[in-house]
Design a protein around this ligand. Structure first.
Ligand SMILES: *[C@@H]1O[C@H](CO)[C@@H](O)[C@H](O)[C@H]1NC(C)=O
Ligand SMILES: *[C@@H]1O[C@H](CO)[C@@H](O)[C@H](O)[C@H]1NC(C)=O
Length: 144
């Protein structure tokens, strides 16, 4: 029966995750704080023996997620239009993927995901957040 085999696959995935066979290491692991205008890099490393079909980077936007970049062997590295010229891949492997924001702006603040589509485990992701502080904030810090 279809339903029970789906449940079985989910159970297997869950067990593999518990065994840490599907974890994504995120660097930096905590929230990254960057001054407006500086570059910021996020790196994701998939700890898994499974094949990666595609890496997708997304920005969380309320309850939705917007794709910002993808990498697959077939289609290569793609930066979505809104981010072209602003974000680049700085690690370009399937299991080690990093993106760099060039000259962060206040609009870059938020949380991001790197999603590895693996075979046969399905997708595994890491999550990270960027905090951007303005150019003037150090002035205020000096005053108080
Ligand atoms: C991104 O990388 C491409 C190719 O390596 C390069 O031509 C381009 O100048 C880079 N963009 C930025 C904003 O660094
Ligand atoms: C930030 O990125 C730009 C564009 O790629 C590069 O020219 C510059 O050297 C980088 N700055 C730092 C501090 O890495």
């Amino acid at each position: 029966e279809k339903g029970s085999s789906g449940t079985f696959i989910l159970l297997i995935r869950w067990i593999l995750c518990l065994l840490r066979l599907c974890s994504v290491q995120v660097i930096p692991s905590k929230v990254q704080s960057t001054k407006e205008g500086k570059n910021a890099t996020f790196l994701c490393h998939l700890i898994s023996k499974h094949d990666v079909l595609q890496v997708t980077w997304q920005k969380e936007n309320g309850k939705k997620e917007n794709n910002i970049a993808t990498y697959s062997k077939i289609n290569g590295h793609k930066i979505l239009d809104n981010y072209a010229g602003h974000i680049n891949f700085t690690q370009r492997e399937l299991k080690v993927s990093a993106i760099t924001f060039h000259a962060v702006t206040m609009q870059d603040e938020g949380c991001y995901k790197c999603i590895f589509n693996t075979f046969p485990m399905g997708s595994v992701f890491g999550r990270m957040c960027l905090k951007v502080y303005g150019k003037t904030s150090s002035v205020f810090r000096g005053l108080f």
